[in-house]
Design a protein around this ligand. Sequence first.
Ligand code: LLP
Length: 438
Amino acid sequence: HGTSKINTAGRLEIGGCDTAELAAKFGTPLYVFDEALIRRRCREFVEAFRATGFQFQVAYASKAFCVMAMCRIAEEEGLSLDVVSDGELYTALRAGFPADRIHFHGNNKTPEEIEMALDAKIGCIVVDNFMELHLLNEIAKEKGAVMNILFRVTPGVEAHTHEFISTGQTDTKFGFDIGNGSAYQAIREALALKHVNILGVHSHIGSQIFEVDGFRLAAERVAEFAQTVRQELDITFSVINLGGGFGIRYVEGDSPLPLSQYVQAITGSIKSLFAKHEYPLPEIWIEPGRSIVGDAGTTLYTVGSTKNIPGVRKYVSVDGGMTDNPRPALYDAKYEALLANRANDPNEETVSIAGKCCETGDMLIRDLELPATEAGDILAVSCTGAYNYSMASNYNRLRRPAVVFVRDGEADLVVRRETFEDVAGKDTVPERMRKQPV
Ligand code: LLP
């Protein structure tokens, strides 16, 4: 997919760059992003919305992969940005992302985060709970400001996805429940506050979703709620945000819809549901993360030791693992991979790819068909663009890998590899324990 292909040397090439050369130049593990594919995904969403005639914002959910260069692409492609922490907000602002297109999420925003958002004059805060609503109003009052808000509501829709990452149920830490009246109450309270301006509501039903029924049902509940609120509290929402969650293909058998179909389903149901109530058509916002960057990322590893247990399993170890991709260990996530430096060689054996961390669960892929591997081979694991770099850790004091963007035969470093100084340089030793100057 994207600009990936096998070149005449029999090697995997991405964005016109030979991945074996990238590995030699930048070292491994290495995250390689196909810039053209990221841009294509951004455009697919924007064009699908344009075709519907709706006013819209496509906000890239930066938690999937938040680095300054990615913020630049999001801005250049006309996207807005969803941030969930002061760190993501800082990254976006430092990259020059327009503050008025930033939306701030989270179930426990600190007073400092709220101040930072107000000072930066961001576009909107997605208010999650009563404490936050009143805190925001107080801080905005002190600053003589008015902040645009959406309410995060839980429509009670459960998307078909992994239990740990589903956030749309009623039993969730996020948001105001529509079903038990707390969403209604929140809006009533907000109407009495002078330093917040209600734009509308937000709902997010889960992640890695393959059908549109969940979005339809969420839209339905939100539309009913909007109608109730308009009749009883006399407020009309100008924005409906249906969150992210659009699935991507990691392995054979994953069957996501084309992005345009998610957009059409969402806009179609909003249109008919709101028309039914003669409700003025709101702007529609969405927040895709995974579907923007997921399949644009590939991680390159160098193959090291192997262990063959005859009749049981052959382990092939690589120089990264759960530190750069915690998803298999956390969610039992599946990935595909190929030998990047010998991509045309026929598969000869079934192996399992192990990471280098000191724990048994550090397995990246089980039962992968590969050519016979040798130490020094380069393994390319695909679809690692989302929730890999952003969830990477320094477990075992490994240094986090570098990130490069490739395009038209050029590779640009967008995050340098960590150094030992990055790993241990934040430590300090109490003077009474010191053996040498630190
Ligand atoms: N909006 C909200 C409010 C969210 O909570 C999320 C993801 C998104 C948008 C973006 O969802 P996406 O389009 O990327 O599915 N670490 C997990 C995924 C956690 C998703 C959390 N919320 C994973 O690696 O699968």
